[in-house]
Design a protein around this ligand. Structure first.
Ligand code: FB9
Length: 488
């Protein structure tokens, strides 16, 4: 083995003058030998001194000329004694070889390049370039002027070779001792502790990196949104139920039972337990009535509303299901103006793509007070989104089954230098609010957005699978930067 070879050689000869020669004489890889020499030097078994040698090595082009001959000679040899037309000559040789060879052969005054005929100006030539390259390859000396000529044609480049001369070190031994790193129970029982030599402590060694916990980017951004809502005086809604009844998720929001969003192609319905058990019966009656025949000036949806449809359990498709529960309770426990928010997972049975999964985190805010107008809603948006760094907003009329009017919100993102859709919003319909028992002049303005979209933008992630799901790279979790939003 290479280590024994080094230590054994030093025992007999005292010195290895050149690690390169030592390696090539024994067929040892020089890189492997230098690693061993560095390790023996580290333990002071040997004393290694650097050796540096500058030498010339052939470039890929140089190797080609050394093997096949220089282009100028190849061009010369392709010209028959009687001469040849330029076109025919060019067809006989590789274009890159021809281009270089022709100009060099003219420079050497070996050929006459006539328009009709190319002829030789000498009877024969010697391929000095090839001879010189072979001498460099064999590490035979050549004239410095010749070196410059080959260097100019980029046929050779300088290479620094690093090796070692090696002598015995202060801790030299013909065989490296195994230093013990621990005193074990076996050592004590066997009694061989007496012969052990212990490795010195390396107090400057770095400790093992301590792995702490790491927050996922979504949780960092969620925390920032939470701070924004709290700074604006909003209270968080209890969203700790992924399973919801169709009643609270759809019917209470005046969303008709035949609406496509209530189809199993868009919604995850539960098989077990498939039906909810308890609903506030007097409220259910009012909801049934508003769907079937309207009320409070509304025509309703004019269809036969079915209780068993409302009883179906599902994975909530929006956190607005929680908002409807909260507004109902507010009406039942004595109305007072409120500002609520929620940030939690919602589930939709939709086609997934680069930016959409079957679930996402919805952020929702609502303000409930007497006499609120769309202007109040727009004012809240400016306050909220300015804290996100977007103070230029645009609004586009939209439709939601449970809000009228509704608006899509767009914000100009200074970083992306473009307008970005940043959410949806509206005023909850009277057909939703009045059956709950809220006073007639109470209005509720609400808006929603996702947590994933801003997080992907803030962290420069363009595929949602890199952010959420089983393919997430833990490195992203461990080393993603701080998120700072909502700073005045
Ligand atoms: O988040 C969205 N975009 C967004 C938000 C913030 C943001 O911040 C900047 C970096 C600083 C950037 C972008 N959107 C809503 C808009 C689009 O991404 C959209 O394509 C995807 N939408 C989701 C719906 O996907 C099925 C985002 C999600 C969404 C849409 C609407 C609501 C909630 C989430 C709602 C609502 C609502 C309406 C009325 C009343 C109550 C709630």
């Amino acid at each position: 083995m290479a280590e024994e070879a080094v230590l054994g050689f030093l025992e007999k000869h005292g010195e290895i003058s050149d690690s390169g020669e030592f390696a090539s004489e024994r067929g040892i890889d020089h890189q492997e030998l230098t690693n061993i020499i560095k390790s023996l030097h580290g333990f002071r078994l040997v004393d290694a001194q650097d050796i540096k040698r500058e030498r010339w090595v052939l470039t890929e082009e140089g190797k080609t000329y050394a093997a096949a001959g220089s282009p100028e000679v190849l061009v010369f040899l392709a010209i028959p004694p009687e001469g040849i037309s330029p076109v025919e000559l060019q067809s006989k040789i590789d274009p890159s070889v021809f281009k270089i060879g022709r100009s060099q052969a003219i420079k050497n005054q070996w050929v006459e390049m006539g328009k009709q005929l190319v002829t030789r100006k000498v009877s024969n030539v010697q391929d000095k370039v090839q001879d010189l390259l072979i001498r460099v390859q064999n590490e035979q000396g050549i004239d410095p002027k010749e070196i410059d000529a080959l260097k100019r044609r980029k046929l050779i480049v300088p290479q620094t070779w690093k090796g070692y001369s090696v002598r015995k070190g202060p801790n030299y031994a013909p065989k490296r001792k195994k230093f013990a790193t621990d005193l074990t129970r076996d050592n004590l029982q066997r009694g061989d502790w007496k012969d052990l030599e212990f490795k010195e402590y390396n107090f400057s060694a770095k400790g093992q990196p301590i792995e702490g916990g790491h927050l996922h980017p979504l949780l960092k951004v969620r925390q920032q949104f939470k701070m924004i809502f709290l700074q604006m005086g909003f209270e968080e809604m209890p969203t700790n139920n992924f399973v919801e009844s169709s009643f609270w998720n759809f019917d209470a929001l005046f969303q008709p039972q035949q609406h496509p969003a209530r189809d199993s192609h868009d919604t995850f319905f539960l098989q077990v337990p498939s039906m909810t058990k308890t609903l506030p019966e007097d409220y259910v009656e009012k909801v049934k009535r508003i769907h079937e025949s309207g009320g409070y000036g509304s025509r309703g949806h004019e269809y036969d509303w079915k209780r068993e449809e409302a009883n179906k359990n599902l994975l909530r498709t929006h956190t607005t299901a929680v908002s409807s529960r909260m507004l109902y309770m507010l009406a039942q426990n004595g109305f007072a103006p409120k500002k609520y928010f929620s940030i939690d997972r919602v589930f939709r049975n939709e086609a997934v793509d680069r930016t959409h999964l079957a679930e996402f985190h919805q952020i929702e805010g609502l303000v409930c007070d007497r006499g609120l107008t769309l202007g109040d809603l727009i004012g809240v948006f400016y306050d909220f989104f300015t804290r996100l760094g977007m103070s230029k907003l645009k609004f586009k009329p939209a439709y939601n089954p449970y809000t009228e009017p509704s608006m899509e919100i767009f914000g100009y993102h200074e970083g992306l230098k473009k307008w970005v859709e940043i959410g949806n919003s509206g005023m909850f319909r009277p057909e939703m609010l009045l059956p709950m028992g809220l006073p007639e002049d109470v209005r509720v303005i609400a808006w929603g957005l996702s947590l994933e979209r801003p997080t992907m933008i803030l962290y420069g992630i363009d595929n949602i699978r890199d952010l959420f799901g089983h393919k997430v790279d833990l490195g992203l979790i461990k080393k993603n930067p701080l998120c700072r939003l909502g700073i005045e």
